[in-house]
Design a protein around this ligand. Structure first.
Ligand code: ADP
Length: 177
């Protein structure tokens, strides 16, 4: 299932490793040396060369982002960002998640990329509530697209109906405000 939210932003259900965009975003951990969830899926699909490049990067702080090549992925690059672990919301989690989206988009822009796909960062093992995460993702992506008219496409990849519905609800609420 796919749905256009605006001419440059769409929702798509399924596996982010299948998308042929300029960059897919990885919800990594601070080591950048692989993990479970989407991180494991991306490393499996990209092959061992991705891990070898990640080993040269020296990790990544929460909220920031680093770029590698895509190797065997259909995507040209991977932007690795580290989302916050949800701890009830009083440890700056919302701002850190917003930084993940801002920094990933800025890095894509800096490298001349025009299309990017995001998973729902922090909403798996890191337990960030999906509805809040969806609102933050859409707010940051909208602001970026408003300021960067030449950027062509942002895809929000939903791994399951829960994410899909949360993005749709967040989009309706944002459009009202
Ligand atoms: P985090 O540690 O940041 O929470 P996870 O990988 O555990 O990262 O989960 C982040 C989100 O990615 C979750 O919503 C999960 O359902 C989703 N996800 C897992 N595998 C994939 C995949 N192959 N493609 C897209 N999204 C995925």
């Amino acid at each position: 299932m796919a749905k256009e939210l605006s001419d440059r932003l769409s929702l798509q259900e399924g596996d982010i490793t299948k998308l042929a965009v300029d960059a897919i975003v990885n919800a990594a951990n601070t080591s950048l040396l692989g993990g479970g969830g989407v991180d494991g899926a991306i490393h499996r699909a990209a092959g061992r060369e991705l891990l070898a490049e990640c080993e040269t990067l020296g990790g990544c702080p929460t909220g920031e982002a680093k770029i590698t090549k895509g190797y065997k992925l259909p995507a040209k690059h991977v932007i690795h960002t580290v989302g916050p672990v949800w701890n009830g919301g009083k440890r700056n989690e919302e701002e850190l998640l917003a930084s993940c989206y801002r920094n990933s988009l800025a890095l894509a822009q800096k490298h001349g990329q025009k299309s990017i796909a995001f998973p729902a960062i922090s909403t798996g093992a890191y337990r960030f509530p999906m509805d809040r995460a969806a609102r933050i993702a859409l707010t940051e992506i909208n602001a970026f697209l408003d300021g960067n008219k030449e950027f062509e496409k942002v895809v929000l990849v939903c791994f399951g109906q829960d994410a899909y519905q949360s993005y749709l609800d967040a989009w309706k609420n944002l459009s009202k405000s």
